[in-house]
Design a protein around this ligand. Structure first.
Ligand code: MN
Length: 246
């Protein structure tokens, strides 16, 4: 049976993390749960210990880098025990842009460390800073040293082509698929580079908080975009996950 995949969610930010984790595990949905601050890593590692379908990622969210990047040492300390890295990257929205220099320093360091360690899989935030994020990926993390997934990618078609050349995958959520502006660009992505995500609990759909448990909504929307049946779309995503992990 094809497993459904939620490659970017924040299960530790749900009101009852243990409950949602046990439900997702029970539903056999493959979920990658982000860490936003390195301090939260030990908790996330414990929450997902011995799980078959859920993996934790070690992150340092760019929105939390506000002139103080002191947690980078902690991130570095935990790196040897983390195969997945996220949420990391750059945020160029007006309220975060004034810390973009610090964000770039942290993200460069993270990419460089991942290249040194090798075999890491990174879920990358690039809101309003796509070109800058791609520049740093190109500079610090050669495709042979790690794999990159652009989470909630909102770049142009030109930036998408560049990301594809750099070996990036794209994790696509329901909000992205609701934006007609995005859909033309998303429809051009090669189907062997796409994967599904919810970014839950941050996205509301029809007023409801999403979770990995309703990832099939995203699969269905994606299936409309790529003109495939939902089952075939789920199969494509599952095959891409296997390629990503190989
Ligand atoms: Mn996120």
């Amino acid at each position: 049976m094809t497993s459904l995949v939620d490659f970017h969610c924040h299960l530790d930010l749900f009101p009852d993390p243990e409950a949602i984790i046990s439900q997702v595990e029970g539903a056999r949905i493959r979920a990658l749960t982000m860490t936003t601050t390195p301090r939260a890593w030990p908790h996330n590692r414990e929450l997902t210990k011995d799980k078959t379908y859920i993996r934790p990622a070690l992150g340092y969210h760019p929105e939390l880098i506000k002139g103080d990047s002191s947690e980078l040492q902690l991130w570095e300390k935990y790196l040897p025990e983390a195969k997945y890295i996220g949420e990391v990257g750059l945020d160029g929205r007006p309220e975060a842009r004034r810390f973009l220099a610090e964000q770039k320093e942290v993200f460069s360091h993270i990419l460089h460390s991942c290249a040194r360690e090798g075999k890491r899989i990174l879920s990358i935030h690039s809101t309003f800073a796509v070109t800058e994020a791609l520049n740093l990926i190109e500079e610090h993390l050669p495709p042979a040293r790690g794999k990159t997934i652009l989470h909630w990618f909102t770049g142009t078609s030109k930036e998408a082509i560049r990301a594809i050349d750099l070996g990036c995958y794209f994790s696509i959520n329901s909000a992205m698929l609701s934006s007609t502006k995005n859909c033309a660009m998303l429809a051009e992505l090669p189907t062997n580079r796409i994967i599904t995500e919810t970014d839950s609990p941050f996205i509301l759909l029809n007023g409801q908080t999403q979770s990995p448990l309703n990832i099939e909504v995203t699969v269905k929307k994606l299936s409309n975009l790529i003109h495939r049946e939902p089952e075939a779309t789920a199969q494509i995503v599952h095959e891409n996950l296997i390629a990503l992990l190989s």
